[in-house]
Structure formats: C-alpha cells, structure tokens
Design a binder for this molecule. Sequence first.
Ligand SMILES: Nc1ncnc2c1ncn2[C@@H]1O[C@H](COP(=O)(O)OP(=O)(O)OP(=O)(O)O)[C@@H](O)[C@H]1O
Length: 292
Amino acid sequence: MGDIKEILLIVNPISGDIDKQNMVDELKVILQDSGAELFIYHTKGEKDLQNIRKIVEEREPWRIIAAGGDGTIKMVAEATKKYDIPIGIIPSGSANAMALNLNIPETLEEQIEVALGNNFLDIDLIFLNDEIGLHMSDLGINAELIRNYEESSFRGKFGYLLQTIPTLIQSKYPYTFTIETEGKKITEEGILLAFANAKKYGTGANVNPSGALDDGIMEILIFRDFDFVEMLKTLRNETNLSQDFVKVIPVKNAVVSCPKPVAFQIDGEYRGEATKVSVNILPEKAKIAVPE
Ligand SMILES: Nc1ncnc2c1ncn2[C@@H]1O[C@H](COP(=O)(O)OP(=O)(O)OP(=O)(O)O)[C@@H](O)[C@H]1O
C-alpha cells in the first residue's frame, strides 16, 4: 500500500436476498473526496477465507468493510485476526445479530460513517472445537430450530420462529451437559447450553445481560425450561434472570460433553450434532468500528 488509503470491501452478493449495488455506489460517492480507494471482493461461497487472507496479506488495507450477514463478518474477522486492521460493518444479512449487538445504526449513510470512523471495539474471538464464533453458539433446542430453519424455505426472523412448534414436538429434550472448567466438573440438565460472547440473539432477546463482547470472558448459559423459547419471541430486556431459569458460568475455556449427540450451532449456522465441544478465548481480537 502506498500513500493512498485502501478500503477492502467484502460483499456477499447473496446474503439476506439484498441487492448491494446501491451500497457500493454510495460508498464510492462518499470516498471520492476522501482520498481513499476501494478494492472490492465479492464472496463466492467457496475458498473465500483463503482468498480474503491472501488479499489482506498482499494489500494490507487501511480498513475492511464487510457487507453481508453474520457469516461474512465472522469470515472477515477470521481472515484478519493476525492484523490490526479495523473492520466496518454494513449489515446485509437475514438476521444480523452482530450488528444488533454492536448497535450499528439503521441507515446506510450512518453505517458508512461508523464503518469509516475511529471508534473501535476489540472483540473476543471464541474458538469452538475447530472454528471461530463471534456472538452466540449453542447446543440443544436453538440449534434444532436453526437446523429446521435451514431446511425450510421461509427466511428471516419470521421463518426462524415459525420452526418453534415443529422443533419442540420433535426435540428429545431435556439434555444432560457436563461442564469442565478450571479443574471443576458440573453436570446440569436443560433444554439448551449456550456459549455467549454477546448479550443478544438475532431476534433481539437479551439472554445474557452481563455479557460483553470485549471482556475476555464468555458466559456458559444453561436454560432449564421453555421460558427460553418464550423469550426468543419477545424483546424482553431482562436484567435479572433467576437461577431457576438460567444458570450462568463465566469462563475463559471449558469442555462440555453430552452423553448423547446434541444439535450444535455456531453464530446461527447449524454444525451437526456434537457430543463434545471444547471452547477457549483466542489471544487475538477483532477490531470492529462501532458507534460512539
Ligand atoms: N456467491 C455466493 N454464492 C453462494 N453462496 C455464497 C456466496 N457468497 C457467500 N456465500 C455463502 O453465504 C453464507 C454467509 O452468509 P451470511 O451469513 O453473510 O448471510 P446470511 O446468511 O443472509 O445472513 P445472517 O447470517 O445474518 O442470517 C456462507 O455460507 C457463504 O458460503
């Protein structure tokens, strides 16, 4: 990179069924006077992580802007984890849970302003078995919901909640989870065990009021009953969830085992069934441009 600041724009052309051309045009207009140049990469759905890594290594951009859903943001964070390059977010997925947790504004103009601004949050990267997660991953009923959603043809929040009833009918809950952390072993029963870095799921449900994306800690949450499902559907901003409803274990690393395979999801993407999930917070962070 020479004197000219370069912005690497990563566009997922299919995410959220949203046309991104407007956004690209608006960004070009805004950048005309700023002395920055755009280098655009459209994701292909294959080898994107390797391709982005290579571009970042070769060009060392001043900033990266991710225009896509949570999967795109996560991939960009993974590709840049060894660099100190800030990542801006133009939310254009179907759920946008990260944007919700980071309070990214609604309008494109404001989103671009934040993405190019100088207020950053260094967020924790959680390593789950062999993959990075940014906000919410879990074992149990929510992963079953996501699996059924992925198999259905209805998209968006509504399509996801539509799966609630069939999921509950088919589910083999409750599940048994054994959590090993810092030399201690705890066994709990519940409908869901979450590895929470953020406070909220993509529906807006604030299930982890004490969570912070940048505190070097994740919360293991064990939901004991179906109030969880009710909560997913509402936007209740609970700040004091009772121990009867959810057990919270703050950890830096842990191993969770289940006697029988349980549905597993990472940041809204179904990952099959698992009997063991090892988690730890990576030493690297993702530097995300956020509103002040
Ligand atoms: N050109 C492409 N063709 C097909 N699939 C693609 C392409 N580019 C990216 N993908 C796929 O898109 C997925 C990531 O989508 P992303 O999470 O950004 O959006 P989304 O699913 O609409 O949003 P959200 O996660 O917020 O619900 C990945 O599975 C990736 O492989």
